[in-house]
Design a protein around this ligand. Structure first.
Ligand SMILES: Cc1cc2nc3c(=O)[nH]c(=O)nc-3n(C[C@H](O)[C@H](O)[C@H](O)COP(=O)(O)OP(=O)(O)OC[C@H]3O[C@@H](n4cnc5c(N)ncnc54)[C@H](O)[C@@H]3O)c2cc1C
Length: 204
């Protein structure tokens, strides 16, 4: 999943560089080439909005290979503000939105037909680790967090059996693992799912 080659990324960057807005009449992205149409401007984005076929096709699949929904665009957010802005924009223009972690769900849960995929893999920073808590972006995969906690001889209380899944993705299903008999599911161990800048990079 998320098997995006360097070539695809470059193609995406090129394609995305010319997206200037959304053509509400045709329900399509407005590019500089088609800018003669009336269109609404995209909000400011710190990340990249991809509209090329290869990247959209990569998100129209998942671990189950049963469902294939093609989005209109894929956002690689550069900030949490990007997510807020694209959801507001999508809501205004009746576009559906779906978050995508590692795409390991089996029945299209992380896909959206004709909508916008928010590929969470670019929000992948571990902000801080202490004996009490780890503060992470939702796109971090569990193996990445584990690698960093092990350096302090710590582990998250509950890991899924397969740890190349995103934290946001497993929290969305609860997250059960080998230590659940003792600590419950992963969501039982999450202090907050709301971004709070005050908890970033502060000692406990
Ligand atoms: C090989 C394999 C082993 C597994 N082992 C376990 C296991 O041991 N324990 C267990 O509990 N589960 C397990 N699962 C199931 C797995 O936890 C779920 O399929 C999980 O949703 C996959 O995470 P993902 O990052 O691939 O999410 P995706 O498939 O990308 O997304 C799943 C759902 O979460 C939503 N989502 C993703 N990121 C976010 C976010 N940041 N914010 C809000 N919503 C978001 C998506 O929109 C979608 O609805 C396993 C699955 C596979 C394929």
């Amino acid at each position: 999943m998320n098997n995006i080659s360097r070539r695809n990324i470059l193609q995406g960057l090129i394609a995305s560089a010319v997206v200037v807005g959304f053509d509400t009449a045709n329900c399509s992205w407005a590019t500089s080439a088609s800018a003669a149409h009336s269109f609404v401007n995209l909000p400011h984005l710190d990340g990249v909005l991809y509209t090329d076929d290869a990247i959209r096709a990569n998100t129209a699949d998942d671990f189950g290979h049963l469902v294939h929904r093609y989005p209109k665009a894929v956002l690689n957010p550069g900030s949490i503000d990007d997510i807020v802005n694209i959801i507001r924009f999508a809501r205004t223009h009746s576009l559906k939105v779906a978050a995508r972690g590692q795409g390991h769900s089996c029945y299209g849960q992380a896909q959206v037909e004709e909508g916008v995929i928010i590929d969470m893999s670019t929000l992948n920073k571990v902000h801080s680790i202490s004996a009490k808590q780890a503060v992470v972006d939702a796109g971090v995969v569990w193996s990445q967090l584990l690698q960093e906690t092990l350096q302090q001889q710590l582990t998250p209380p509950v890991l899924t059996d397969y740890i190349e899944l995103s934290i946001g993705g497993t929290l969305s299903v609860g997250g059960i693992g080998g230590a659940s008999h003792r600590y419950g599911v992963q969501v039982d161990n999450v202090l907050s799912d709301t971004f709070n800048p005050d908890i970033l990079d502060k000692p406990d």
